[in-house]
Design a protein around this ligand. Sequence first.
Ligand SMILES: Nc1ncnc2c1ncn2[C@@H]1O[C@H](COP(=O)(O)OP(=O)(O)OP(=O)(O)O)[C@@H](O)[C@H]1O
Length: 355
Amino acid sequence: MSSVLNSSAAGTEPAAEGAIVFTNATKQFRVGKNLVTAVDNVSLRIEKGEIFGIIGYSGAGKSTIVRLINGLEPATSGSILVNGQEVVGLSEGQLAKIRPNIGMIFQQFNLLTSRTVERNVEFPLELAGWPKAKRKARVAELLEFVGLSDRAKNYPEQLSGGQKQRVGIARALANDPAILLADESTSALDPETTAEVLRVLKRVNERLGITIVVITHEMDVVRTIADRIAVMEKGRVVETGSTFEIFSNPQTTTTRSFVSTVEHSEPNAEELAHLRRRFDGRLVTVTIRDGSRVGTILSDAGADGVRFEVVYGGISALQERSYGSLTVALTGNDAAIDRLIANLASETDVKELSA
Ligand SMILES: Nc1ncnc2c1ncn2[C@@H]1O[C@H](COP(=O)(O)OP(=O)(O)OP(=O)(O)O)[C@@H](O)[C@H]1O
C-alpha cells in the first residue's frame, strides 16, 4: 500500500502532459425541443500539481465541466485528456477504470449518514476490493492526514461542517487519486470553517502532489488557494491567468465584477461624496503593481508644487507580489496636477474621479 504521506507526487515531475486538457470541448443538453449549450467550445489546460480555480456565476457551466472531466456526462464534441488519456468517447467500463484516479468532494459532503467516519472513508476501498486489514490501516492513515483520528467512531451528524468536509477529503483520497475535483466544496461553510478546509486542500496539494480543481462562485476561495484561475461565463472560458494576474489586472467585465466582490479598488458613490466633503483637491485613483514607481512620482511632484494625500485604498500581497490601488487627493496648480497625472499614467493605470 502506498502511504498517503509518501505518495509519489505526480505534480513535482516535469509536466509534459497536462493533468486535464480540454480542446474545443462542447456539451449540449436537449431540453424539450431546445439545445442548451452548458459548455461552449472550451479549451483549457490544467497542469499537473497545480491548484486550478474555476469561477463563474450560477449556470456558467462549472459543474458540467466537472462532470465532463470524470465522464459522468459525455462531451458532445471536442477532446478532453485526463492524465494524457482521452475520455471523450469512452465506454462506461473504460470510464470506471479511470474514475478511481479522480477524487471528488461536494458542497453537501455526500457522506453516508448510517456509517461512522471510518466506515465512510473505508467505503471506496471496499468497492475497490481491498482486504480488511489493509483497509483499516489505510483509513487510519487518511484520518490522521485530515486530523480526524479521534473522530473515527463518530457518525457524520456528530461532526461540524468543516469536519464533515475533511471526512469527504479523506474518502476522496482513499484510492490515491492524481486529481481531486472540489465542486463548491466550501460553499456551505462559514468563513472560518472554509479557511480550515482550504488549509487541508493546500496540504493535499503540497504534500501529495495532487492536482486540485476548485469550482466556486467565491472569489475569496480562489484567492486563498488557487495558483491559476479560469473565469467562466455562459459556458465559455472568458479569461485565464495566474491568480495574481486575474486579481491585479482583470481583463473582462465578468472578471472585474468578480474581483470587485473582494477588492474595493475605488470609492463607491457614497464614499466619494464623503471624501469630497473631507478633502480638497482633485481625486485620482492610481493602480499599484509590483515595481511601479508611484510613490516616487508622487513625492517628486512636490517640487512642482503639487501636494498629495492618500485618502482611500490599499495594497494586497498575493503570490508573493503586491497590487492594489490608492486614491489620492491632489492640491496645487491645475497644470502641474495634469503633468503629475501624465507622469503616473506613463507608469500605471490612473483614473481621475469626476466631480
Ligand atoms: N442535465 C442537464 N440538462 C439540461 N440542462 C442542463 C443540465 N445540466 C446543466 N444544464 C444547464 O447547463 C447550464 C450550465 O449548468 P451548470 O450546472 O454546469 O452551471 P454551474 O456554473 O455549475 O452553475 P451552478 O453553480 O448553479 O450549478 C445551465 O444553463 C444549466 O441549466
